[in-house]
Design a protein around this ligand. Structure first.
Ligand code: G6P
Length: 477
């Protein structure tokens, strides 16, 4: 192994995830620029702290990251780039990483857990898939070896997500002394769908996670699906040692409220108000441009609303932020193009001078997302399937006047927010249009009340507590 540390330097608490808390870009001047990531995962895992007793192991994701690893001291990134956290970034061979991440994790496992296959997008388990699977194993092994090397005797290791389903068992074999947890941030597919996977691969994935002392999920529904898959695929041979847990990651209210009232957000609010136009209502959505987020059906539902309720024309704007994601994959690039095309068609069909029905932004801008959250009258969150969906939790927390939430029953957040949301079947475009109409017509007082209850439910388990709960449960297991 490339780096070895003395025992005193080894970590008591470790996390492992494909995407780490920091990424690097090579600037025009050739210098490396570090950028802290955002989102619930990073803020939750950041509760790992910055003392010498913890390490976050992640993968180098691009040329900037790889250059940063090469100049890193003993494999650890400079503290000034990470906010003091000890971060070890793994420079896994670029083609191995691409096959593991794009090929297996994002093109197969993501599709299985989100049940996204549909003709002509069918699963293909051919020789190329088998080669990519070899890379997925190698990638998981690289994590397991780095964790084995960094961990002190008896340390706790929290391994994150579908990228790293094999790592728990690999690590267990290298270091039987460790407490190992695995956390899934996605839904888990029900057995009939999970068994699309070749039998040996399905068994490897489940067995990999069962190598952990605890396997945890965002909702009871995903935890039950995992258990059902174990019974269907592994039958009586399930190892009994693994405990199953549920930790519903919540929104970080303190961080969001403070961040949403900084001057850059105020500036963007002024710009957005101009784009929306005076006195109009805003239906807001903020997503990665991701097939599971169901952005196109959301646009079609909005179009249906304008068709069924002409009284809303010129009175409402759909503010849709669809940020680039996984653009190495053709299916994501095609989806991005479709989102743009459908938004444009609606604008051509219904737009009039002074009113653009859909305001679509595709450049990632966190301050502008917060500005839209503050202005939202209605938040539209209609994923086909989603592990949790933090946008559904964040908008009510940040919204200035309280917002109504149109929420898919297939998002994990539904379990906590369903009572005060307008709940939709994500495939039902006409039903979603009706829910948008009801949400828009909700009287102000009731909207504010519901929004308050949504915000309370959304913040029940803030990210730092989510992390500490998992750690506590792992150490007690
Ligand atoms: C989901 C996954 C995360 C992932 C994120 C962004 O939330 O659960 O593990 O980091 O999507 O996807 P990306 O492929 O850009 O890391």
């Amino acid at each position: 192994m490339a780096f070895t540390r003395g025992d005193a330097d080894k970590a008591r608490v470790l996390v492992a995830s494909n995407r780490g808390p920091v990424s690097y870009q090579v600037g025009e001047d050739g210098a490396l620029h570090a950028r802290r990531g955002g989102g619930g995962l990073v803020s939750g895992l950041s509760a790992i702290g910055s003392d010498a007793g913890s390490v976050w192991v992640c993968a180098a994701l691009g040329d900037g990251d790889r250059a940063a690893v090469r100049r890193a001291d003993g494999g650890l990134l400079p503290a000034e780039d990470t906010g003091g956290q000890r971060v070890r970034m793994l420079d896994i061979d670029a083609s191995v990483h691409a096959e593991a991440y794009n090929g297996i994790a994002n093109s197969v496992l993501w599709f299985v857990h989100h049940m996204l296959y549909q003709t002509p997008l069918e699963p293909v388990f051919d020789a190329e898939f088998r080669r990519q699977w070899g890379s997925y194993e190698a990638y998981n092994r690289a994590f397991a070896e780095a964790l084995a090397e960094e961990a002190a005797e008896g340390a706790a290791v929290l391994i994150q997500d579908y990228h790293l389903a094999l790592a728990p068992r690999m690590l267990r074999r290298l270091r039987p002394d460790l407490r190992i947890g695995h956390f899934s941030h996605t839904p888990w597919a029900p057995p009939d769908y999970f068994r699309l996977l070749p039998d040996d691969i399905a068994a490897e994935l489940l067995g990999g996670i069962l190598g952990a002392d605890r396997a945890a999920f965002l909702t009871q529904r995903w935890a039950d699906a995992f258990t059902a898959c174990c019974h269907a695929v592994l039958g009586p041979s399930i190892p009994s040692g693994t405990r199953i847990g549920v930790h519903g990651l919540g929104a970080d209210a303190d961080f969001l409220r403070e961040r949403a009232h900084r001057p850059d957000v105020d500036e963007r609010m002024a710009l957005l108000r101009e784009e929306i136009g005076p006195g109009r209502k805003a239906i807001v959505r903020v997503d990665r441009t991701e097939l599971s987020k169901n952005i196109v059906r959301g646009l079609l539902a909005y179009e249906q609303l304008l068709a069924d309720h002409p009284e809303w024309r010129e009175k409402v704007v759909h503010v849709a932020f669809a940020y680039p994601s996984r653009q190495d994959l053709a299916v994501y690039r095609d989806y991005t193009a479709e989102v743009r095309r459908v938004a444009q068609e609606i604008n051509e069909r219904y737009g009039v001078p002074g009113w653009t029905p859909v305001v679509l932004h595709v450049k990632d801008d966190f301050a502008r997302s917060l500005a839209a959250y503050r202005l939202a009258d209605v938040a539209l969150v209609n994923p086909i399937r989603d592990g949790m969906n933090l946008v559904a939790k964040e908008v009510p927390v940040v919204s200035d006047a309280g917002c109504a939430l149109v929420l898919s029953r297939e998002a994990g957040a539904y379990e906590e927010l369903g009572d005060d949301a307008f709940v939709v079947n994500p495939y039902d475009i006409a039903g979603t249009a009706r829910a948008l109409h009801e949400a828009l017509t909700l009287p102000g007082g009731e909207r504010a009340e519901r929004s308050k209850r949504l915000a309370a439910a959304a913040t029940a388990l803030p990210p730092a507590q989510w992390f500490l709960d998992q750690l506590g449960a792992l150490e007690a297991s």
